[in-house]
Design a protein around this ligand. Structure first.
Ligand code: MLT
Length: 343
C-alpha cells in the first residue's frame, strides 16, 4: 500500500544526522562537466548521483545549527536577470548552509541597465575569481554563453523557455520521496508546455529515469511534434489524468507569449484547471505538484493546491537539498577540481 503523505513527511524528518557520505562511500565522485546547464546532456548516473547526494544533505537543514564547512573558502555568485523568489532564495540559502561566500546580483542592480553585455559582465565577475556562477536569464542559451566564457562552474537557474535543471531534479527527488521509484510511473505535466523550461527539463529527467510522461495542453500550448520527446500528448486534461501517479501543473508563462494563446483565465480554468473533480480521475494516491509561482483559479484550484494530495511545499524543501548537492558536486569535490587538475 502506498505511504500516506504524513508518513513520508515523518520518515523524511527521521533520517539520521551524520557525516555526508556519497553513494559510493567516497567524497571524490563528481559530475562530468564543470557546469550544470540542463538535464538533456546529463546521463542517468549523474542524475542519480545528484539525487543521492541531495538525500544525504537534507538533514543539515533540520539541525539546530544549519551549517557545515564543506564549501568554506568557495565563492558563489548568483546572477538573476529575471524575477525569482524560490530559486534565488534557495540557491542563496544552499550556499550558506555549505559555508560558501555568496553574492547576489539582480538585473536592476547590475551594470546591464547601463548597457553592459552579458559577456562583459561575466568577464568582470570572473576577474574576482568566483568558483561558481548561478545564472537566470530570459534568453535560452545564456547559461551556455557564460559557461563558454568563464572558467568558473556555471549553474543554469532557468534560461528562457529552454531548461531549468535544478527544478527537474528537485521534482524527481520529491517524486522518489513519495513514490519510491520513478520508473514506470505515469507522470502528467499539463498547462503551458510550449513556453515552459520546467516542462522541458522534467521531460528529459523523468524519461531518463524511466517514467511514462504524458503532456496535456490546449493546442496553442503544445509544441509542434512534442511526441518526438518521447511523451504521450493530449489536447484535453481528462484522458491524460486517467491512472496518473503524479500530476504536475504549470503556470501560463505570460512573460513568454502565453498571454496570446488563450481567451480568458476563466475559460482556461473551465477547460484545463485542476479541480478536485478532475483530480479524481488520477489514482487515489496521486500526488499534485507545481513549480510555483501558482496562479490559483487559473491552472489549479485552491482546494487542490492546499489539499491532501499536494506536495508543493515539499518540492520547495527538496529544492534546497538539490541545490546544496549541485553546489557541492561542482565546487566541493567535483568537476571544478577535475578541470583544475587537468589544466
Ligand atoms: C520558472 O522559473 O520557470 C518557474 O520555476 C516556473 C514558472 O515561472 O512558472
Amino acid at each position: 500500500m502506498a505511504e500516506t503523505r504524513e508518513a513520508v513527511a515523518g520518515r523524511m524528518n527521521d533520517e539520521p544526522a551524520g557525516e555526508l557520505v556519497l553513494p559510493n562511500g567516497q567524497t571524490t565522485e563528481s559530475l562530468k562537466h564543470k557546469d550544470l546547464l540542463g538535464i538533456e546532456h546529463l546521463d542517468v548516473e549523474e542524475i542519480r548521483l545528484i539525487l543521492e547526494t541531495a538525500q544525504h544533505l537534507k538533514e543539515i537543514s533540520r539541525r539546530a545549527i544549519k551549517k557545515v564547512p564543506t564549501l568554506r573558502g568557495k565563492s558563489v555568485i548568483n546572477l538573476f536577470f529575471e524575477p525569482s523568489t524560490r530559486t534565488r532564495t534557495s540557491f542563496e540559502i544552499a550556499a550558506k548552509r555549505l559555508s560558501a561566500d555568496t553574492q547576489s546580483i539582480s538585473a536592476s542592480t547590475s551594470a546591464v541597465v547601463k548597457g553592459e553585455t552579458l559577456i562583459d559582465t561575466a568577464r568582470n565577475i570572473e576577474a574576482m575569481f568566483p568558483d561558481l556562477l548561478v545564472i537566470r536569464h530570459a534568453c535560452p542559451g545564456a547559461a551556455k554563453i557564460l559557461a563558454d566564457t568563464c572558467s568558473a562552474g556555471v549553474i543554469n537557474a532557468g534560461d528562457g523557455a529552454h531548461e531549468h535543471p535544478t527544478q527537474a531534479l528537485l521534482d524527481a527527488l520529491t517524486i522518489r520521496d513519495f513514490k519510491g521509484e520513478i520508473e514506470g510511473l505515469r507522470v502528467v505535466i499539463f498547462g503551458d508546455i510550449a513556453h515552459s523550461r520546467v516542462a522541458r527539463s522534467n521531460i528529459h529527467c523523468l524519461r531518463k529515469l524511466g517514467a511514462d510522461v504524458v503532456v496535456a495542453a490546449p493546442p496553442t500550448f503544445l509544441p509542434y511534434d512534442v511526441e518526438a520527446l518521447g511523451v504521450e500528448a493530449h489536447h484535453r486534461l481528462e484522458p491524460a489524468l486517467e491512472g496518473a501517479d503524479v500530476v504536475m501543473a504549470l503556470r501560463i508563462q505570460l512573460e513568454r507569449g502565453g498571454k496570446l494563446s488563450f481567451p480568458s483565465s476563466r475559460e482556461y480554468f473551465n477547460l484545463f484547471g485542476l479541480s478536485r473533480e478532475r483530480l479524481a480521475l488520477a489514482k487515489e494516491d496521486a500526488i499534485v505538484m507545481h513549480p510555483g509561482p501558482m496562479n490559483r483559479g487559473v491552472e489549479i484550484a485552491s482546494d487542490v493546491a492546499d489539499g491532501p494530495s499536494s506536495v508543493i511545499l515539499e518540492q520547495v524543501s527538496n529544492g534546497l537539498a538539490v541545490r546544496m548537492a549541485v553546489l557541492y558536486l561542482l565546487a566541493g569535490s567535483g568537476a571544478a577540481k577535475n578541470v583544475e587538475a587537468a589544466a
